[in-house]
Design a protein around this ligand. Structure first.
Ligand code: TLP
Length: 343
């Protein structure tokens, strides 16, 4: 089976498992886990921030950051297809009692004018707009990358108007690899920045949030409150350290494979895909001719040995990763062609 549902499906390599097995550990709630402390220090340095916090998931990283920057009744600006609104189970409203203001983006990317227009004037009727969240790369936008210049323009107008800024950088290192801007440069204008170890970087678990030392103290308390205080977590942090040391440079292979997959897929008459829109490791494509439903097609792809996800009516997402080679993605495109030919 070729599993292209997500870059979250990767399994730790033997070398990563060896690093995990040898990790020095301690009780991290007491701040005594040396490996977790080393991971946090390394993440802070990569992000150019004073400190960082290791958390179990990308969702928790986003939700702790939202909680940090807001008060109940506040409004948080997100792009309308952001992970925070689509895939986090309504947690921003459940856990922080904020409302989300959803702005239309282009492949998930916002522009400064849309943000300025949506910030509500200070008035007793209005929810205070206190936080803007951006996503890098943008998942639903097809792995699209915010150029640094756009981030700088957007964050300037938002900051000038008093908003706090959070970057959901679940796939930040894919953006770094794609355009050559450093993680620290991307992170600079943001108050909090998260990234995931458990996606393209290939670790089994974990995300980090970078911020000021003062904010990280607050985030650490919030993590405990949200049930994310972990104990001998060095076994997981070791996987993260290994991933940062060994799996960042290879992200460009995933990007090449995604582009290659899109070019192969383009040969299939029933498929619409634009390989020029493949910037990182995500490929969005549409099946434009089929009598079968989206679910029937997913089943047909599975029957020929390819797993992928649907993201809309006859719209599909493929994500390349550490455990899928160039030969695998080529094979997957071929099998998808076979499944579609059998109408
Ligand atoms: N994304 C997952 C699914 O939840 C959709 C995937 O397969 O792509 N931010 C972004 C931009 C993400 O793509 C994800 C996960 C998260 C946050 C949440 O990370 P986890 O799954 O670690 O909570």
């Amino acid at each position: 089976m070729i599993d292209l549902r997500s870059d979250t499906v990767t399994k730790p390599t033997p070398e990563m498992r060896a690093a995990m097995a040898q990790a020095e550990v301690g009780d991290d709630v007491y701040g005594e886990d040396p490996t977790s402390n080393a991971l946090e220090a390394k993440a802070a340095q990569l992000l150019g921030k004073e400190a960082a916090l290791f958390v179990p998931t990308g969702v928790m990283a986003n939700q702790l950051s939202i909680r940090l920057h807001t008060r109940p009744g506040d409004e948080v600006m997100v792009e309308e297809t952001a992970h925070i609104i689509r895939y986090e189970g309504g947690s921003a409203s459940a856990l922080s009692q904020v409302q989300l203001c959803c702005l239309r983006g282009e492949r998930g990317l916002l522009t400064p004018d849309r943000i300025v227009a949506a910030i509500r004037p200070k008035d007793v009727h209005n929810p205070p707009t206190t936080l803007l969240c951006l996503e890098q790369t943008h998942n639903f936008g097809g792995g699209s990358v915010y150029p640094l210049s756009r981030i700088q323009e957007i964050t300037k107008v938002a900051k000038d108007r008093g908003l706090a800024l959070h970057l959901d950088g679940a796939r930040l290192f894919n953006a770094v690899s794609a355009v050559g801007t450093s993680a620290a440069e991307f992170a600079k204008p943001f108050d909090t920045v998260s990234f995931c170890l458990s996606k393209g970087l290939g670790a089994p678990v974990g995300s980090l949030i970078g911020s000021t030392r003062e904010n990280v103290v607050k985030l650490r308390r919030l993590r405990k409150m949200f049930g994310g205080g972990m104990r001998q977590v060095g076994v997981l942090a070791a996987a993260g350290l290994y991933a940062l040391d060994h799996h960042v440079a290879r992200l460009r292979d995933d990007h090449d494979n995604a582009k290659h997959f899109a070019l192969q897929l383009q040969q299939i008459p029933a498929v619409y895909v634009d390989p020029d829109r493949v910037d990182t490791n995500i490929v969005m494509f549409e099946v434009v001719r089929s009598d079968r439903s989206t679910q029937e097609l997913l089943n047909a792809f599975k029957d020929v040995g390819v797993l992928l996800n649907a993201v809309g009516e006859h719209r599909y997402r493929v994500v390349t990763h550490l455990d899928a080679s160039k030969a695998d993605v080529e094979d997957a495109a071929h099998r998808i062609g076979q499944a579609l030919a059998a109408e």
